[in-house]
Ligand binder design. Structure first.
Ligand code: FCA
Length: 327
């Protein structure tokens, strides 16, 4: 009996010692995003967590709205013993500093969504990147705008394009130029495509840009709105509303999908027709899985992974389409 009791006591001690050790055994990786307030990035986080649960990783999620927070976050990751991180930087020019810091700690890095650029402004193609197929998805935006314009029977001479741009961000530039090229190819007059840069990639920035553009062209009857994501396009829509342009004279299609859910659920129909829903779920899951393979098996990720496919979600189908993806 005494023997059994001491055996059990030893067993308990071993268990107590082993449990935290097991917990500590989980590999830690970071997932750092520039705009944690956007559902896009929240979705990436949710699916990064799912990958973490499936692969036995601990995902450390940190919001990095500026350069200082970005570099601090990498210090935090290193201090907690993380082995690597996935990152969407708040400014692509931070690329070299992020890479240097990661290297100094021996952390592996995968960029998601926005590609790092070097001091000369050239893409840092040596850092593995998971990104949406930007030109292709932009082209779908242009084609869908054109289709809807045809459906409504709008005359090109009474219509113009408000293209809200963010040329310094390559994925944004590719999306809007893909959209504009598709419109021109379909037959939209090039001289009625008006570009305006946004100061910030959010609704207030795009609203200012849209207002500035509308003030320059007060005589346009119908507007098509082009932009790199939902918030940019929504800023443009809000600008048309502010100028009392009827929603029936506006066609706007966003990109991201998950950021358009509130708008599509509104009881009143706005000029926002819908959004292209790519795959934030795949971006989040796949980038973590690649990082895991790299850390655990030494399998280097491909330098470029383009995530294609985007479905147009509108008021009619958005619930079904989001559900299909488990969103
Ligand atoms: C950029 C945009 C995001 C999202 C992502 C895929 O980072 O800012 O809204 O579209 O690309």
């Amino acid at each position: 009996m005494k023997c059994l009791r001491s055996f059990l006591a030893v067993l308990c001690l071993v268990a107590l010692w082993a449990l935290p050790a097991l917990a500590q055994d989980k590999i830690k990786v970071g997932f750092l995003v520039k705009q944690a307030e956007e559902p896009w990035f929240q979705t990436e986080w949710a699916f990064a967590d799912k990958a973490g649960a499936d692969l036995g990783l601990e995902i450390i999620k940190i919001a990095i709205p500026d350069g200082e927070k970005t570099l601090n976050a990498i210090d935090t990751l290193a201090a907690s013993g993380a082995k690597g991180f996935v990152i969407c930087v708040p400014d692509t020019k931070l690329g070299p500093a992020v890479k240097r810091k990661a290297d100094s700690y021996g952390l592996k890095v995968i960029a998601v969504d926005d590609q790092f650029v070097n001091a000369k402004g050239e893409p840092m193609s040596e850092v593995p990147l998971v990104m949406m197929a930007a030109s292709e998805i932009g082209a779908i935006q242009g084609n869908e705008l054109w289709k809807e314009m045809q459906k409504r029977g709008w005359k090109p001479e009474e219509t113009a394009v408000m293209a809200i741009t963010a040329e310094e961000l390559e994925t944004a530039r590719l999306r809007t130029s893909g959209s504009i090229e598709a419109l021109i190819k379909a037959g939209f007059p090039e001289d009625r495509i008006y570009k305006v840069p946004t100061k910030s990639n959010d609704i207030p920035g795009a609203l200012d840009a849209g207002n500035a553009l509308l003030a320059r062209y007060p005589d346009v009857k119908n507007w098509l709105i082009v932009g790199m994501n939902d918030n940019t396009v929504l800023g443009g829509v809000r600008a048309t509303e502010g100028q009392r342009i009827p929603p029936a004279n506006v066609i706007a299609i966003g990109i991201n999908g998950v950021d358009a859910v509130n708008e599509l659920g509104k009881p009143n129909v706005t000029g926002f027709l819908g959004s292209l829903l790519p795959s934030p779920d795949v971006h989040g899951y796949k980038s973590v899985a690649m990082l895991n393979d790299w850390i655990v098996k030494g399998v280097e990720p491909p330098l470029f992974t383009a995530i294609t496919d985007a479905v147009l979600i509108t008021r009619d189908n958005y619930k079904v389409e989001l559900e299909k993806k488990g969103l």
